[in-house]
Design a protein around this ligand. Structure first.
Ligand SMILES: NC(=O)c1ccc[n+]([C@@H]2O[C@H](COP(=O)([O-])OP(=O)(O)OC[C@H]3O[C@@H](n4cnc5c(N)ncnc54)[C@H](O)[C@@H]3O)[C@@H](O)[C@H]2O)c1
Length: 270
């Protein structure tokens, strides 16, 4: 799984899963453009990659603003001479049920996840076609299949990403562009830690969330980055339109881990 000569764009690449993905793609030999609205974190991430001898650049970009995405992708393509990989990852977490969610919060959430992915793919795909084809990996969520309470806009946005993935896979298969998504469980990133801090005791909260996964812990950004890199690589040449769940078994137990461990089941009986 090598990526020498490949050019990758990672949205939201300044922190968390995106940052780990930028690192992984660099490890594999790709040149990486980080598109993020957080300039300080973006520049820091690039400086760390360059210090390791990697080829990486930061491009200021709010994925909700079409003109910024268009300009940033064009600048990345101009700098590296093509585009082969897009990781559409930028995201935010917002809370509310359908009654308490304001139209502003709804739009903000949908804009980052759904419109942001639309913008990124809209401008990345023509550059990929001009480069002979490419691979898109969209970062969705276990909440693309299920829901947690008080998160209707986020859940709706993550469900929508499955539709975008499948549509792109179908529309561009004949032109050598693949599209897949990864669906992470709880991953130890600034986003998850911010959520944990909303509760009284973040460490307890993170431990409790970890226990919901069959593997008994939350995941690391690098573990999602590994799955993204695989789907973006030529090793996944016959995989398109699918979703890879990277959740440490969060979605596996019927009724959740609490039910499995409750003793109500038939464990130990024949
Ligand atoms: N952390 C988890 O447990 C988890 C689980 C499932 C899915 N995800 C998804 O993974 C993706 C990355 O999440 P993370 O946990 O690494 O988050 P994070 O908050 O740690 O990092 C997100 C990055 O996206 C950037 N970003 C946010 N809005 C942006 C915008 N409008 N334009 C450009 N950049 C923007 C931020 O500046 C930041 O660098 C998100 O799509 C998230 O929904 C995360």
């Amino acid at each position: 799984m090598r990526m020498e000569g490949k050019v990758a764009v990672v949205t939201g690449g300044a922190a968390g899963i995106g940052q780990a993905t930028a690192q992984k793609l660099c490890d594999l030999g790709a040149s990486v453009a980080i598109l993020d609205r957080n300039a300080e974190a973006g520049e820091e991430s690039v400086a760390a990659l360059e210090k390791s001898g990697y080829t990486a650049s930061y491009f200021s970009c709010d994925v909700t603003v079409e003109s910024e995405v268009k300009t940033a992708i064009a600048a990345a393509v101009a700098r590296y001479g093509g585009l082969h990989i897009l990781v559409s990852n930028a995201g935010i977490q917002r809370y509310g049920d359908v009654v308490t969610t304001t139209p502003k919060l709804w739009d903000e959430t949908m804009d980052v996840h759904v419109k942001g992915c639309f913008h990124a793919t809209k401008y990345a795909i023509p550059a990929m076609l001009a480069s002979g084809g490419g691979a898109i990996v969209i970062v969705a969520s276990v909440q693309s299949f299920t829901a947690i309470n008080n998160s209707v806009a986020y859940v709706a946005a993550k469900h929508a990403l499955l539709g975008i993935t499948r549509s792109i896979a179908l529309d561009f298969a004949s032109r050598n562009v693949r599209a897949n998504c990864v669906c992470p469980g709880a991953i130890d990133t600034p986003m998850l830690r911010q959520t944990a801090h909303l509760t009284g005791s973040p460490e307890k909260m993170l431990e409790a969330i970890g226990r919901m996964h069959a593997l008994g812990r939350i995941g690391l950004p690098e573990e999602v980055a590994n799955a993204i890199a695989f789907l973006a690589s030529d090793e996944a040449s016959f995989i398109t339109g699918t979703s890879l769940i990277v959740d440490g078994g969060l979605l596996v137990p019927t009724g959740g881990m609490g039910f499995q461990e409750s003793g109500i089941g038939t464990e130990g009986k024949q």
